[in-house]
Design a protein around this ligand. Structure first.
Ligand code: MOS
Length: 734
């Protein structure tokens, strides 16, 4: 068993808890005496609060208190640094001053006995505003026009401009992507209580340690005085990486009213105060020789940001090293808009950056008359020129081969509109993808227990991706115990220090720590086994062999963990581990993949459908065949949404997000699902960790929009460079 558990298609160990409702999410915790909060949100996007009148609202039934910038404790800002693990996107603390920077900004918080009472009273808070004379910038274009562009960073190698000028074949195109809003099933939620000056928080967060550290700075507490819990998270997609104002406001309100406070964000406010993927404008220029070899790449991005926090969407990050090219320029810049602060959204940077690069590659293939897949093969590189290191492991060519074979790519005819399925025009498109494989320092504790079970403790959290399960698999492998005997405890800032669940690094980070802690537990057990009361008393240390919950010595004696610990009245043998970040081994760590997409197009009735997707992903070793596939499938579906549906629409007159609900913010549903085939290569990358796993959360999204756009071009002849690919963009021409 212990050899086959890694890589096996293991069902989630937390599945039954989720199915039966035993799994508790932040909003499920109800400390004694808990009361409810509801926000009041600005109805202008730029200006100041002239006055707040809470008289009527305070008389509303059940109201306990109402907080706003005239009635709120003085808080401190978090430094917002990754190194100190206290990142915030929005530097300003809630209600800090009377300024309004974006529509939907928190201006007041009502606390009442019930949720309904808090909500009813919130609508009775009267806020008078003074609008700025200047308009609120509602879009990236308006932001650039009004506020100009702030340079963020750039990098260059060779002579990209000169090489482009000398190139026979060129592409020069601008690609744009809209604001996308995180829409996890579970909205943001915070339950905060203060007990004897200590702050205890149940929060829907992707990082309990970061949240703890941030709150400790905001409230000037020692981190040991703050406890953050996130047992289960209804996903986050990056929106729950860092602390947002609602969380801070809830903690402050709980201290002020002297009772625990719960604040669950309404769906509408998911669109204003808790981040989004910013709007991007990406200028891509490619130059190539007659054989299609890339001579020059330039990828220059401007993204929308906010007045209260600058976030750079690193669209060129993936472009640095995906293809061989000696002359390259990447740049990133931002422009201030009067929208809430953007943040990381699943596969930040590459998620929309590869839409531009991989669309441009398709345009180059058309210009050259070279098959798009062949063009990518010719520009393959096993050396990351971005950092001038070889990739630790790069099986992109095998991804191409296997996915192309499964898709039937060799049957593609290149002419636009040349492929049919009955009356429907078929379009076939493809795009490559990549995502950096990261690993961070991590602590873990593993206990072999007297009842024959084992427990794992780590502060990191399972945001819905399957972390509980893969950690149980690793411990099962190391300890030779059945999965059912492994108890995994996560999402508690008092547990050993664990990473943010983000960046697709949780797997590569957590596995080595849990494995090492498991081995340390066995070592502890061996020490105890030699004690006088033990059935193996007096055994020579190096003679003890552990196998599947049992120790044996070289004299033929053998005893179970339960017998060894039980004989000494010991509860457990505990192993602890501290493992480091990505090794400095001279390699660049990336995952790779490719998507092939078929669309069916019926111009007479303006019907476009994605009918087939084949994706091949090289993400190192696959730890759980079931949850890994599930991650890629989910990411591909998110990519389809990004390609065809997702866009947060802002009213250009007042910068208000107008489709701020599940009915009008479109995401794919079951009826949109294509026939979806995910091929996982499963080549271990032992340079990154002993299990060879690189993580798999985000890569499946990258490149998807371009694969769809390229298929749409092949079917329709229309090159859509502006996401999402709505039907009006395909039917405008005639
Ligand atoms: Mo991800 S955008 O790092 O949660």
């Amino acid at each position: 068993m212990s050899d086959s558990i890694i890589g096996a298609a293991v069902s989630r160990i937390d599945g039954p808890d989720k199915l039966t409702g035993r799994a508790r999410y932040a909003g499920d915790f109800q400390p004694e005496g808990m009361v409810y909060a509801y926000g009041v949100y600005s109805t202008i996007a730029r200006g100041r609060i002239a006055g707040i009148d809470t008289t009527l609202a305070m008389r509303s039934p059940g109201v306990i208190d109402i907080f706003h910038h005239g009635r709120f404790p003085r808080l401190h800002r978090s430094p917002g640094t990754f190194a100190e693990e206290n990142v915030v996107d929005e530097k300003r603390t809630p209600f800090e001053d009377d300024r309004i920077h974006y529509m939907g900004q928190f201006v007041a918080l009502v606390v009442a006995e019930t949720y309904e009472q808090a909500r009813a009273a919130a609508y009775k808070v009267r806020v008078d505003y003074e609008r700025d004379a200047q308009r609120a910038a509602a879009t990236l274009a308006q932001g650039i026009e009004d506020n100009g562009v702030d340079h963020a960073n750039d990098s260059e190698r060779g002579d990209p401009a000169g090489a482009y000028d000398g190139a026979v074949h060129r592409v020069d195109a601008v690609y744009t992507t809209p604001v996308e809003t995180h829409n996890p099933m579970e909205t943001h939620a915070t339950v905060a209580e203060w007990v004897d000056g200590r702050l205890r928080v149940f929060d829907s967060t992707q990082g309990v340690i970061f949240t703890r550290n941030t709150l400790s700075r905001v409230f000037d507490l020692d981190p040991s005085q703050v406890e953050v819990h996130a047992d289960f998270i209804g996903s986050g997609f990056g929106g729950k990486l860092w602390v947002w104002p609602h969380c801070v406001a809830t903690c402050a309100a709980a201290r002020e009213v002297g009772r625990p406070v719960q604040f669950v964000l309404p769906r509408q406010q998911m669109f204003t105060t808790v981040g989004h993927r910013p709007e991007t404008r990406q200028h891509v220029r490619l130059g190539a020789d007659d054989d299609g070899r890339l001579l020059s790449i330039r990828h220059e991005t401007v993204n929308s940001s906010s007045p209260v926090g600058t976030v750079v969407e690193a669209c060129g990050g993936s472009t640095q090293g995906l293809y061989a090219c000696d002359n390259l320029r990447i740049s990133h810049a931002t422009a201030v808009t009067n929208r809430g602060t953007p943040t990381a959204m699943r596969a930040p940077g590459a998620g929309v950056g590869l839409f531009a690069l991989e669309s441009a590659m398709d345009e180059l293939a058309a210009e050259l008359g070279i098959d798009p897949l062949e063009l990518r093969r010719r520009n393959f590189t096993a050396h990351d020129q971005g950092v001038d290191k070889p990739y630790s492991s790069n099986h992109l060519l095998e991804c191409y081969d296997r996915a192309a074979e499964a898709f039937g790519w060799s049957r593609r005819t290149p002419e636009v509109g040349s492929m049919r399925d009955g009356d429907r025009i078929l379009g076939w498109g493809m795009a490559a993808c990549n995502w950096e494989a990261m690993r961070n320092p991590c602590d873990a504790r593993v206990a072999l227990r007297a009842d024959g079970t084992a427990s794992i403790h780590c502060a990191s959290q399972d945001i819905g991706t399957g972390t509980y399960t893969i950690l149980a698999q690793i411990a099962s492998h190391e300890l030779g115990l059945p999965l059912e005997s492994i108890h995994v405890a996560l999402g508690d800032s008092t547990f050993p220090h664990g990473p943010i669940s983000g960046g697709s690094w949780a797997t590569a980070t957590l596995l080595p720590a849990v494995a090492e802690a498991s081995r340390a537990a066995i070592k502890k057990l061996k020490g105890y086994a030699r004690n006088a009361a033990s059935p193996l008393a007096g055994a020579r240390g190096d003679s003890l062999v552990y196998d599947s919950g049992r120790l044996s010595d070289d004299s033929g004696r053998s005893a179970t963990v339960a017998e060894i610990l039980g004989a000494q009245s010991l509860a457990n043998a505990v192993g602890e581990a501290h493992t480091g970040g990505a090794p400095d081994s001279g390699y660049s760590f990336d995952s790779f993949g490719v998507h092939f997409v078929e669309v069916a197009w019926e111009p007479e009735i303006a019907h476009l459908e994605v009918t087939r997707v084949v994706s091949a992903i090289d993400a190192g070793a696959i730890i759980n065949a079931k949850s890994a596939r599930n991650q890629v499938e989910g990411a591909v579906v998110m990519g389809l949404g990004s390609a065809l549906l997702e866009t947060t629409e802002y009213d250009e007159r007042n910068a208000r997000p107008v489709n701020s609900n599940y009915a009008e913010y479109l995401v794919p549903v079951n009826a949109d699902m294509p026939d979806l085939d995910v091929i996982l290569l499963d080549h271990p990358d032992y340079e990154l960790n002993e299990f060879g796993a690189r993580g798999i959360g985000e890569i499946g999204l990258t490149g998807m929009q371009a694969a769809v756009a390229n298929a749409v071009y092949h079917a329709t002849g229309t090159r859509v460079r502006d996401l999402p690919i709505m039907l009006d963009k395909l039917t405008d021409d005639d």
